[in-house]
Design a protein around this ligand. Structure first.
Ligand SMILES: [Zn+2]
Length: 111
């Protein structure tokens, strides 16, 4: 499962950033609208992979980052909430995603 490997990646980052703190209270992620991450599934996987780690029981907070794309038809940067949707300005499909397609660990609250 895609989200399981993402959750494992998050845990690795959390463990390396939190050390030598014994406990992580919460993890804030920024997740792009276009990152293709199923958030409910990610939260579930996070709970699973953090069992018996310093992040066990940590709250996973998610900040959504709006998607944006560059349209080659109207030569403008436009908001895009889903891949495959047309340009909201001109209805064209010549779009290249330029933002909101990544996921990263933004901050940790540790003991
Ligand atoms: Zn356009």
């Amino acid at each position: 499962m895609h989200e399981m490997s993402l959750a494992e990646g998050i845990l690795q980052i959390v463990e390396s950033q939190a050390a030598p703190s014994p406990k992580v209270h919460s993890v804030t992620l920024s997740v792009g609208e276009l990152a293709g991450v199923e958030l409910t599934s990610l939260k579930f996987c996070f709970d699973v992979v953090t069992r018996d780690t310093l992040a066990e029981g940590a709250l996973l907070e998610i900040e959504s980052v709006p998607g944006s794309a560059f349209c080659f038809d109207c030569l403008a940067q436009v908001p895009l909430s889903r891949r495959g949707e047309p340009c909201p300005k001109c209805g064209g499909y010549q779009l290249t995603v330029v933002g909101g397609d990544q996921m990263k660990v933004k901050s940790l609250e540790i003991e």
